[in-house]
Ligand binder design. Structure first.
Ligand code: HEC
Length: 188
C-alpha cells in the first residue's frame, strides 16, 4: 500500500474546509474584490482620458471601456457583473426587479443619512431550479463624476451626451448621492 496516496486527500480537505465553513462570506469577499477591480480599472481609464483629451474624450472611453471591463470580468469569473441605476444613461444597464428594489432601498437608506459608500446587499435568490447568489454595492457620486452626471454640464459635454444617449436620465446628481450600483450574479 502506498501511503502517499492519502496525503493529497488530506490537503484537499484542509483547503476546502474553510470555504465550506462560511460560503456566503467567501462569495461576498470575492464579489467585493471583483468590484474593486472593476471600479479601479474604469477610474484609471477615465482619469487618463480626462487628462489626455478632456471630458468629451472621456465620454468616448466610458462608452467603450465600461461595457468592455464588465464583459471581461464576467468572462474571467464566470459570473454576471455590471453596473445599474434608477436613472440610466445607457439603457443596456437597466435594473431587473430585484436590482430595482435594492436600488430603492439604497436611496432610502442614503436619505436616512447612511453614506453611499457603506451600502451593499446580498441575497440567495431561487428562480425555478436555479439558485443564485446576488450582490450589489452602491456607487457614490464624487466630485469627478459631476462633470458628466451633475447639474451644470458644459455645452460640449451636453452635446456629446445628446449624440450618444438621446434618452439620458443620469444627470442632476450631487456629491454623495447614490449614482447607481455594481451588481453581480453568481449561479450556484
Ligand atoms: C466623462 C464623462 C463621465 C464621467 C466623468 C463619469 N461618467 Fe459615468 N457614465 C458616463 C457615460 C458616457 C456612461 C454610459 C456608459 C455606457 O454606455 O455603459 C456612464 C455610465 C455610468 C453608470 C452606469 C449606469 C448608467 O447610467 O448607464 C454609472 C453607475 C456611472 N456612470 C457612475 C459614474 C461615477 C460614480 C462617476 C465618477 C467616479 C462617473 N460615472 C463619471 C460618463 C461619465
Amino acid at each position: 500500500m502506498n501511503r502517499w496516496k492519502w496525503i493529497p486527500v488530506a490537503f484537499a480537505l484542509a483547503a476546502v474546509a474553510p470555504a465550506q465553513a462560511d460560503p456566503v462570506e467567501e462569495r461576498i469577499a470575492a464579489s467585493q474584490a471583483a468590484i474593486q477591480t472593476f471600479a479601479s480599472t474604469l477610474q484609471g481609464h477615465l482619469m487618463e482620458a480626462m487628462q489626455e483629451g478632456g471630458p468629451t474624450k472621456a465620454i468616448d472611453v466610458c462608452r467603450q471601456s465600461a461595457p468592455e471591463i464588465a464583459a471581461d470580468l464576467s468572462a474571467e469569473t464566470g459570473w454576471s457583473i455590471g453596473r445599474t441605476s434608477l436613472k440610466l444613461r445607457n439603457p443596456d444597464n437597466a435594473p431587473d426587479e430585484w436590482e430595482r428594489a435594492v436600488l430603492e432601498e439604497f436611496d432610502a437608506r442614503r436619505a436616512e443619512g447612511v453614506p453611499a459608500a457603506e451600502l451593499s446587499r446580498y441575497e440567495i435568490v431561487e428562480d425555478g431550479d436555479e439558485r443564485m447568489f446576488r450582490f450589489m454595492r452602491a456607487i457614490p457620486t464624487a466630485g469627478l463624476c459631476l462633470t458628466c452626471h451633475g447639474t451644470q454640464l458644459s455645452g460640449e459635454i451636453q452635446h456629446a451626451l445628446e449624440r450618444f444617449y438621446p434618452e439620458d436620465q443620469a444627470t442632476g446628481y450631487a456629491d454623495g448621492d447614490v449614482r447607481g450600483a455594481f451588481t453581480i450574479i453568481q449561479r450556484m
